[in-house]
Ligand binder design. Structure first.
Ligand SMILES: *[C@@H]1O[C@H](CO)[C@@H](O)[C@H](O)[C@H]1NC(C)=O
Ligand SMILES: *[C@@H]1O[C@H](CO)[C@@H](O)[C@H](O)[C@H]1NC(C)=O
Ligand SMILES: *[C@@H]1O[C@H](CO)[C@@H](O)[C@H](O)[C@H]1NC(C)=O
Length: 317
């Protein structure tokens, strides 16, 4: 059974429910509960930027005894589920580690599969007017060293960036491909040195961390990283967002393999973050530190969760 892809080949979250619709009540309860969870999340502080190392496709394939390619496909389906939770909750930037420059050391076959799969999936979510990214007004950006990408694939990716560029929402999907932080920092340093040489930057004394960040592949209009998630039980960062994960970022290492990381894995991380963020903001306000007014309001709201809709309170009938 394949979940998540409809007959036209484009992704829709609802297709998974189409399959389940043979059991109407079950579908109703699941989607009702999911909407309810998202509504709860929306009452608390919401992270603006989440980054994910989607690890575990290979191990998943091995465990299920299916070809590696199908493991990667299952991973791509997981991604659409997770993106949906994030954007519906109000997260603006989701950054994914699609391909590390180190991955070039894998077999050519697997590299080709990964490149092709990434291209196909991004196409699927952006090709048609009503496909996932365009319908939800999500901008897709490729972040990384493009000189490593074969020209035909690069051409397709640039079309995808172009067609989603005019998204009126702030929702962005940053696809790190092929990326490592060390390459990003080298890129920034090279750019800054040329700007100093050409006189665009007047003095080397103007070089600070902000300037280095502004010259990253990410550019300057990306909010600070709130949560970095790595699935599959490895606790290392593999040269991903090393600069961006500073003391305000939460790092979550979860044991779930990426293809099995779905709605509840994501919402529980969001809930946990929201809870600790609330405590942190309360502490700041007790200490008299002025915080963003909007965030303060949200803290108050979180204390009084909305009353559950009548459906849940069966006993009151
Ligand atoms: C691949 O591995 C070799 C040896 O471990 C290393 O020298 C090389 O830099 C690696 N290539 C990439 C693209 O990381
Ligand atoms: C990409 O990496 C190569 C090799 O490290 C480097 O020569 C090139 O300048 C990089 N491209 C960009 C845009 O930084
Ligand atoms: C970290 O969060 C605190 C509290 O919101 C804020 O004052 C501070 O500027 C943040 N630091 C960075 C580096 O973003």
């Amino acid at each position: 059974m394949t979940f998540g892809i409809d007959t036209k080949g484009s992704y829709s979250i609802n297709s998974i429910f189409n399959i389940l619709s043979n059991f109407p009540l079950l579908t109703y309860v699941i989607s009702f509960f999911q909407d309810f969870m998202i509504e709860i999340l929306k009452t608390g502080p919401i992270p603006q930027h989440i980054a994910i190392i989607m690890d575990g496709n290979r191990r998943y394939a091995k465990q299920k005894n299916i070809p590696l390619k199908e493991g990667h496909t299952a991973g791509a389906e997981s991604l659409v589920n997770v993106l949906d939770v994030c954007y519906r909750t109000g997260v603006q930037h989701v950054t994914i580690y699609a391909f590390s420059i180190e991955n070039f050391n894998r077999s050519k076959d697997e590299v080709d599969t990964l490149f092709g799969l990434l291209r196909d999936k991004l196409k699927m979510i952006s090709e048609h007017e009503d496909s996932y990214a365009r319908f939800n007004k999500i901008r897709v950006r490729i972040i990384g060293n493009r000189t490593y990408i074969p020209l035909d694939i690069l051409h397709d990716l640039e079309i995808i960036e172009e067609t989603t560029k005019h998204a009126t929402s702030k929702r962005t999907l940053n696809v790190c491909f092929p990326y490592t932080t060390r390459d990003e920092i080298s890129h920034s340093v090279r750019t800054i040195v040329s700007k100093v040489e050409s006189g665009e930057i007047e003095s080397k004394n103007l070089i600070d961390s902000k300037l280095i960040e502004d010259n990253f592949y990410f550019g300057s209009d990306v909010p600070p990283l709130d949560i970095l998630i790595r699935t599959s039980g490895h606790s290392r960062l593999s040269d991903f967002m090393l600069w961006q994960s500073n003391f305000n970022s939460t790092i979550e290492f979860v044991n779930t393999l990426w293809p099995e990381f779905k709605f509840f894995s994501m919402t529980s991380i969001l809930l946990k973050w929201s809870y600790y963020r609330t405590l942190q903001l309360e502490e700041l306000s007790i200490m008299g530190v002025k915080t963003d007014q909007e965030l303060k309001q949200k803290v108050n709201v979180l204390k009084e969760l909305p009353k559950p809709p009548p459906f849940v309170s069966v006993t009151q009938r």
